[in-house]
Write a protein that binds this ligand. Structure first.
Ligand SMILES: NC(=O)c1ccc[n+]([C@@H]2O[C@H](COP(=O)([O-])OP(=O)(O)OC[C@H]3O[C@@H](n4cnc5c(N)ncnc54)[C@H](O)[C@@H]3O)[C@@H](O)[C@H]2O)c1
Length: 364
């Protein structure tokens, strides 16, 4: 089992460890017992993960003599709302959760975001543990303490920063993950290689086929490496005031494409094509050598992700969604661009015409 420590220096009490391995539920039970974070634990999970993995996780904890309850909610982004929060909180009150209780987020990013949010507000804050079951949650959303729910006006509008007590990444969960969800996580791994770790990028190029075939030993190595990148960025910029923004590489155009397609294009596909777009813009603005741009595009294809958007997707629609994004930060649309592989920067001056041209070119 690999252990990675996340050191948040401003508040050492919020530092925590990430444990990564295959079939680590027994060891998770041991660690939770030893750390003694709470008098009882409530697993929060969704309607897909519960029948697949709920019993196993409960059994591993009960085996250690821990008191465990479980609350399920319907799977999917549509549940990331205030009604779900209230219904979970009502159930917690019913089962008698108090300030000495802790939550366990068993699921993907939706479960993680919801559980973290509830934990941050229930009785002014209780501890929680992340047990991510999607590849995206394992390499991205379970680390860093960002929690959120959506409003009809937009995604992730209500949220808090609340760090988990620990993150337990068991690769065995990936065996039941649908391929589309696997691709969503893979895109985030490729992103981390591009923005921070040229060696990881080389490994992904060399082992693209084994990764597509979900070779677990290799995946463990790659997940650990990606978690180290994410934790390194979070340690420097816990509250996302600067450096942490580089994690948005590929996401500005990606989010717009995903939303404009009515979410028929997956997050992973949208971020992949968004990364190709950001690399193309970086090249056109003479920051990024064309060889690096081509390397990014070719890795994305090799690893089974996409570098194209459907010709029917409206460029006007994508472009206006990108502009709407700018309301978040004054009048400037901020793009994360590249000077070379491993050297990203935030740029606020990409001409709209270039963005539109780039989107059009990705349709051919
Ligand atoms: N907090 C953060 O830092 C952060 C970062 C990135 C994304 N997010 C959020 O994460 C969410 C996306 O996360 P996600 O992609 O994990 O989506 P998700 O949680 O909806 O999971 C995707 C699907 O896979 C199912 N699933 C989960 N684990 C499974 C398994 N092992 N086997 C079979 N099915 C399984 C889920 O039930 C769901 O249907 C978004 O809401 C996004 O805003 C948060």
């Amino acid at each position: 089992m690999t252990r990675i420590e996340v050191n948040l220096e401003k508040k050492p009490s919020t530092s925590y460890e990430i444990y990564i391995g295959q079939n680590i539920l027994d060891r998770m039970g041991l660690v939770i017992t030893k750390k003694n974070w709470a008098s009882r634990y409530i697993i929060i999970t969704d309607s897909n993960v519960s029948p697949l993995h709920g019993d196993r996780v409960q059994a591993a904890l009960k085996e250690m003599g821990l008191k465990v309850d479980q609350i399920d909610f319907p799977a999917g982004e549509a549940s990331k709302n205030i009604q779900t929060i209230f219904s979970i909180i009502h159930r917690m009150i019913e089962v008698g959760a108090d300030r000495t209780s802790a939550l366990i987020a068993l699921g993907g990013g939706v479960v993680g975001d919801i559980t973290g949010f509830v934990a941050s507000i229930y009785m002014r804050g209780i501890p929680y543990i992340q047990v991510p079951t999607t590849l995206l949650a394992q390499v991205d959303s379970s680390i860093g303490g960002k929690t959120a729910i959506d409003l009809p006006q937009g995604k992730n509008i209500l949220g808090t920063f609340h760090q988990p007590k620990g993150v337990f990444i068991d690769l065995a969960f990936l065996k039941t993950l649908p391929p589309r969800e696997f691709g969503n996580g893979l895109a985030e791994i490729v992103k981390c290689g591009i923005i921070d770790d040229p060696e990881l990028l080389s490994l992904l190029e060399k082992e693209a086929e084994a990764i597509r075939n979900q070779d677990m030993i290799l995946l463990e190595k790659i997940i650990a490496r990606t978690c180290r990148i994410k934790k390194g960025i979070v340690e420097i910029d816990e509250m996302e005031t600067g450096l942490r923004r580089i994690l948005n590489f590929g996401h500005t155009i990606g989010h717009a494409i995903e939303a404009e397609s009515g979410y028929s294009i997956s997050h992973g596909e949208a971020v992949s094509v968004g990364m190709v777009a950001a690399a193309n813009i970086s090249d056109r603005l003479k920051y990024l050598p064309s060889e690096d741009r081509e390397r990014i595009r070719s890795l994305i294809r090799m690893i089974g992700l996409t570098d194209r958007i459907p010709p029917t997707l409206s460029t006007d629609g994508v472009s206006s969604r990108i502009k709407r994004d700018k309301k978040k930060e004054g009048d400037i649309v901020r793009f994360v661009l590249l000077k070379k592989i491993g050297v990203p920067f935030v740029n606020g001056g990409v001409p709209e015409a270039l963005v539109r041209e780039t989107i059009e070119a990705l349709k051919k």
